[in-house]
Write a protein that binds this ligand. Structure first.
Ligand code: NAP
Length: 247
């Protein structure tokens, strides 16, 4: 894979899967702009690690659910790098609870960050990609968006929604040199899953045919493939990276 001269925007690129995606793309030559919600230390550390790989990096604080901040993010990337070739919509949160105990605020927070955030970033970046007549959009869904999960009505709805948006936008942009795909990770070892109670982790592990958690690098490599020239004829697809969970 060769991303030399290409610019990637990775939302939620400061930690976890997003950070691994930044590094994977940079290793193949991409300049990387990442956004983060509030953890400036992690963002700065990711920028330094990308720069050590020999490409340019930029970190911008941006809440992806805020339209003004998303437009500011895209403007800043264009100002810094002139183009956007790859957009990875990775920023995401969980606010788990059983439906009867789930607050409306927790439902809205997850839908806003995961679903509306993806919508806003795709809208802002695709304007530029249409002018370039080139682009790769990769959205992070989840095995939970494919299969559902008790205690995650909000999260499952947001991640199933991401799949619907991916397929719809793929059809809108297919004739313009822009592909839109989703990656659906299973249970990956990050801060997000680290916060789960031990019983929930054990139950999730029992549901993985490969009997282990996935690594952030394993997800990042799938994202990089979908961003590469080798995936030029693939659009509207959902690639599960889940050790067989969704089979
Ligand atoms: P994580 O370790 O919790 O990291 C989340 C990242 O998103 C951080 O960089 C965070 O920024 C950023 N973020 C959160 N809300 C944001 C917002 N409103 N605006 C901008 N940035 C925001 O998460 P992860 O486990 O790597 O997950 C990454 C993606 O993969 C998510 O979409 C998640 O749903 C999906 N996924 C994860 C798993 C898994 O097992 N981990 C499985 C399936 C799907 P700060 O550092 O500033 O907080």
């Amino acid at each position: 894979m060769d991303f030399t001269g290409k610019t990637a925007v990775v939302t939620g690129g400061s930690r976890g899967i997003g950070r691994a995606v930044c590094l994977e793309l940079a290793r193949s030559g991409a300049n990387v702009a990442l956004c983060y919600a509030g953890n400036e230390t992690a963002a700065r550390e990711t920028v330094q690690t990308v720069e050590a790989l020999g490409t340019k990096a930029l970190a911008i604080r941006c809440d992806v659910s805020n339209p003004g901040q998303v437009n500011g993010l895209i403007d800043a990337v264009v100002h810094g790098f002139q183009r956007i070739d790859i957009l990875v919509n990775n920023a995401g949160i969980t606010r788990d609870n059983l439906l009867v105990r789930m607050s409306e605020a927790d439902f809205d927070a997850v839908m806003n960050a995961n679903l509306k955030g993806t919508f806003l970033c795709m809208k802002a970046a695709s304007r530029l990609m249409l002018k370039q007549r080139y682009g790769r959009i990769i959205n992070l869904s989840s095995v939970v968006g494919l299969r559902g999960n008790a205690g995650q009505v909000n999260y499952a709805a947001s991640k199933a929604g991401v799949i619907g948006m991916t397929k719809s936008l793929a059809k809108e942009l297919a004739g313009r040199g822009i592909t839109v795909n989703a990656v659906a990770p299973g249970f990956i070892d990050t801060d997000m899953t680290g916060a789960l109670p031990e019983a929930a982790r054990a139950a999730a592990l029992a549901a993985i045919p490969m009997a282990r958690l996935g690594t952030v690098e394993e997800v990042a490599r799938a994202v990089a493939f979908l961003a590469s020239d080798g995936a030029a004829y693939i659009t509207g697809q959902v690639l599960a990276v889940d050790g067989g969970m969704a089979v």
